[in-house]
Write a protein that binds this ligand. Structure first.
Ligand code: SAJ
Length: 408
């Protein structure tokens, strides 16, 4: 049996590798030649715990091969990004291009699974694009050569992808019941969690609801942190105490919400039903405005010095990963590095050079100990392990702006 995975990013690559390990013959497809080359040499072009080891094995034994063009297979998985355009409108360009790119290779009886996070109704669009390219095909039940299509959103947490891919329950939304059953048979090759079958539209909305739920809850914590500041209350103590209630579980405030999922997906719901999604929209706005609150705090701290050294601790969008995509920590650092007139240091233990957005700005990448030693003001932006382990005496006598509450 063979599989073709389109998009070898944070989701597609681990998924392709895990399928290859089950014995499927997997062709991985990516538009980036650099990624393809790296993968074929057995090395992931992204950082994910244990991925390199797995990749080495499946590339060496020939079960996974990467290339820039699709190939025939029994099943196809599309795992390309779905960003949003201006006005928070979902951008399905990559999904459309991926669908059209596999069209010439689809044969009767094939299964096509869309894994990308998508707005309600997008699986139907995928089917329409495919059949536009291939009028001889018809999704199960139609008149034409039958193929099967489903939406199977992933729910894995970056940093725990290889564990969660296998262990998490999975939602499988078919265009028809038979489509869902075919997709279930595929995923059951490695999923140990339960597979729940539904229709494509419910699966699309379930995925979006999960991330909107988390966003709304983080927004609550972020709003509390702003309120607590105003009322001169320690928000971390406040939350710890409130969480002693058996039915209360307030999440942690931070410098904002980043990453490719939680800061994006709720907008897909808002775009689909703008008048109804009021709480979801407000949560997005609360979380998106949190970096400004931190920027303001840093500026006020800096103004109390003559010519201070400021260290920005962490640039990634969350702890212990190298992913800087839509990272509030990075946004805060970029903005302040462009505005402040003082010595600035950045620490990001998971990268080796400054990202493009900071290049050319008066800021230097350095290591934790040097930054802590030199800085007058420490702006803790990400709760990375090395920062948590820093002995308290190292940061004594520094001005600390701890957006994650780890140095309390
Ligand atoms: N954050 C807080 N406070 C918290 C928790 C998180 O400020 O208490 C921030 C993080 O620092 C980060 C952002 O939220 O900036 C998102 O981080 P995350 O760990 O909550 O989630 P992601 O984006 O890494 O992954 C999410 C997960 N979804 C849910 O937990 C509902 C994951 O399971 C999904 O697979 C993933 O989105 C996705 O691909 O959609």
């Amino acid at each position: 049996k063979s599989l073709c995975v389109i998009g070898l990013g944070y989701i597609g690559l681990p998924t392709a590798a895990v399928f290859a390990k089950t014995g499927l013959k997997v062709t991985g497809v990516d538009v980036s030649e650099k990624a393809v080359k790296s993968i074929n040499s057995g090395k992931a072009h992204i950082v994910e715990v244990d991925l390199d080891g797995l990749l080495q094995g499946v590339v060496a034994n020939g079960s996974l091969k990467a290339q820039t063009v699709p190939a025939e297979a029994d099943a196809f998985i599309i795992a390309v990004p779905t960003p949003f355009m201006d006005g928070h409108v979902p951008d399905l360009t990559y999904v459309e291009a991926a669908t059209r790119s596999i069209a010439p290779f689809v044969r009767e009886g094939n299964l096509i699974v869309l894994e990308s996070t998508i707005p309600p109704g997008a699986t139907d669009k995928m089917v329409a694009w495919l059949e536009e390219e291939r009028p001889d095909l018809a999704v199960a039940g139609g008149a034409g050569k039958a193929y099967f299509a489903a939406h199977c959103p992933e729910r894995v947490l970056p940093g725990r992808v290889l564990i969660e891919l296998v262990q998490n329950d999975r939602i499988i939304g078919g265009i028809t019941d038979e489509c869902a059953e075919r997709a279930q048979a595929l995923y059951e090759l490695f999923v140990n969690g339960d597979c729940y079958l539904t229709n494509a539209r419910t699966a699309e909305m379930a995925k979006l609801s999960e991330n909107a739920f988390r966003d709304v809850n983080i927004a609550f914590a972020n709003e509390l942190s702003i309120i607590a500041d105003k009322l001169d209350i320690d928000v971390w103590e406040l939350i710890a105490l409130a969480n002693k209630h058996p039915r209360v579980n307030i999440l942690q405030p931070g410098p904002g919400v980043g990453g490719h999922c939680i800061a994006v997906d709720p907008w897909f719901i808002v775009d689909a039903v703008p008048n109804e999604a009021r709480l979801i929209r407000t949560a997005r706005e609360v979380n998106d405005s949190k970096p400004l609150v931190i920027i303001d705090k840093v500026k006020r701290a800096v103004s109390r010095f003559k010519s201070p050294t400021v260290a920005f601790m962490g640039l990634a969008f969350k702890a212990d990963i190298d992913d800087l995509r839509s990272s509030p920590a990075l946004d805060i650092t970029v903005q302040l590095a462009g505005e402040l007139d003082c010595t600035m240091l950045a620490v990001e233990p998971n990268i080796s050079e400054l990202p493009a957005s900071l290049a050319g700005l008066p800021i230097t990448l350095t290591d934790t100990l040097e930054a802590v030693e030199r800085a007058d003001i420490l702006v803790l932006l990400v709760d990375h392990k090395p920062f948590k382990r820093l002995p308290p005496n190292k940061r004594a006598e520094k001005i600390i702006i701890d957006t994650r509450g780890i140095w309390g």
